[in-house]
Design a protein around this ligand. Structure first.
Ligand code: FAD
Length: 460
């Protein structure tokens, strides 16, 4: 079925979700996780299918009324990116049309209205979005495909099962990487599609007006949304931080990491593009360290969410971790803080308060602090289940890159030992890896980090 519509590059990354009858209308690409015009395998796949005379291509984006933790800062970032992408697509005669409602219903409805030849959408194992695609595929009349534009090696190809650890995933991914890490074909202008039927489709402003947004934390200005800003961000990182990434990335007092995660999360930047550009600059331990995070740790998180139905819940953490946490359920906690104290950065631990302040004020916490932050929540919560849901809630509510498989894997690792091994047993944590303030002081200048964050919250 793939060969009927797609040529090699995109076909390799695309799989059939449901068969159906092709209509006489355009090819349709349902943009969801990959919100960009450039370097987008799903869009490229749909373009190939659209190249048949008279077909054309339409892109849809559907706003769901219920997307649990998304707040104003997420919608502002999303909006900025979509405005830029719509303008770029217009130059290729590809309209970007907006819908509001349950994507599982609205997308098939739009495809019927357009008499779509086929529907292509993004692979996305984030649990809250899985039913959208399942329902859309089940009720579409036309054939439905999904393309993995987020993983360099498609998640269903790199491994057929949930991987045990980064090491087992790396063993499978490493030998395939060169074969898959190839440059992208160009998006080509297409013949214009006839005017689309009115009614169902909304302007971006109208769709956004329908979305209920809650404000958590101030608006974010240190990072700009959109594919151009993402591309500049990648160049900035390569020029200024990549050489020292290996040495500086675990020091929260410095700005040593790439800060690419918000763009990667919203799909403004293709991970494959980031890996290609970094690879072009040579082969050093710093580059290897960055590619390990980008290509192994990030894709391992997708592997977990793809193969575990219960990813994102406490039940999704390994059995050994649940057993050990259960055995320490009754242990005395050194302190207990309810959600409101945590959310307002009000604990007895100045490092934790600074990390939470960074999350609230900046919409992104340093990667090292994220581990410490979540482990402290485990130490201070009445139960491990509560710790798991509190950490995920705060992460997703405030972090620009939240509501992502990486967040699920990160919290499952810190609180629930996912992809980790057992460590010497201790109170509350059982065999889950432990982190404490003194250990942090041995790693980096904690006071310097706290002062840096105080300056951010003072508006510097
Ligand atoms: P860099 O160090 O520059 O890394 C480059 C890219 O590699 C990142 O953008 C990311 O895509 C990937 N990466 C780096 N570290 C990891 C990791 N440990 N796991 C998976 N991918 C990684 N990441 C998110 O994208 N969204 C989240 O909501 C999120 N929540 C987390 C919660 C906890 C408790 C923990 C422990 C980790 C979480 N992470 C999350 C993973 C990681 O901390 C962030 O990806 C990283 O801090 C992003 O900053 P950066 O782009 O500057 O990272």
């Amino acid at each position: 079925m793939n060969d009927r519509f797609f040529s090699a590059g995109a076909a390799q990354r695309t799989r059939l979700l449901s068969e159906g009858k092709s209509g006489k209308g355009p090819a349709v690409y349902w943009m969801s996780r990959e919100q960009r015009a450039r370097d987008n395998w799903g869009l490229l796949a749909a373009q190939e299918a659209a190249s048949e005379p008279g077909r054309g291509l339409v892109v849809l984006f559907c706003f769901s009324p219920s997307f649990s933790s998304a707040s104003s800062r997420h919608y502002s970032f999303l909006e900025g990116g979509l405005r830029e992408t719509a303008a770029i697509l217009e130059g290729y005669n590809i309209p970007l049309l907006f819908l509001y409602g349950d994507p599982g219903e609205k997308i098939p409805e739009a495809c019927r209205l357009l008499d779509a030849a086929l529907l292509v959408t993004d692979f996305d194992p984030y649990p809250e979005k899985r039913p959208w695609k399942k329902n859309a595929a089940a009720s579409s009349v036309c054939p439905v495909f999904e393309t993995d534009g987020h993983n360099i090696i498609p998640a269903w190809i790199v491994s057929p099962k949930k991987e045990f650890s980064a090491a087992t995933f790396r063993r499978k991914a490493a030998p395939l990487l060169d074969e898959w890490l190839l440059d992208f074909p160009r998006l080509e202008p297409l013949p214009a599609v006839p005017p689309v039927p009115e009614g169902l489709f909304l302007s971006l402003d109208r769709a956004l007006k329908s979305v209920r947004r809650k404000a958590y934390g101030p608006a974010i200005s240190w990072i700009k949304p959109g594919e151009s800003a993402a591309s500049e961000g990648l160049s900035f990182f390569i020029r200024n931080r990549l050489d020292s990434y290996g040495d500086r990335r675990n020091n929260p007092a410095e700005n040593g990491t790439s800060d690419l995660s918000p763009w990667l999360h919203f799909g403004h930047l293709s991970p494959q593009r980031a890996a290609l550009e970094v690879k072009k600059t040579g082969d050093t331990p710093s580059r290897a360290a960055f590619l390990e995070e980008l290509c192994v740790r990030r894709e391992l998180a997708d592997n977990f969410c793809h193969y575990r139905e219960d990813a994102g819940t406490y039940e999704g953490i390994p059995d050994w971790a649940r057993k050990t946490l259960d055995e320490h359920r009754a242990d005395t906690r050194p302190a207990r803080y309810p959600l409101n104290r945590l959310e307002s950065c009000d604990t007895g631990d100045p490092l934790w308060n600074a990390a939470q302040t960074e999350l609230v004020m900046r919409g992104k916490m340093h990667g090292w602090c994220r581990m410490y932050w979540a482990k402290k929540i485990l130490e201070w919560s009445d139960s491990p289940e509560e710790a798991f849901s509190t950490a995920l809630l705060l992460n997703d509510r405030y972090s620009l890159d939240g509501q992502d498989p990486n967040g699920i894997a990160g919290v499952s690792w810190a609180v629930g030992g996912l992809h980790d091994r057992g460590w010497p047993e201790r109170p509350v944590f059982g065999k889950i890896r432990y982190m404490n303030y003194r250990g942090a002081e041995r790693k980096f200048p904690v006071r310097q980090y706290i002062e840096k964050i105080n300056r951010i919250s003072d508006g510097e």
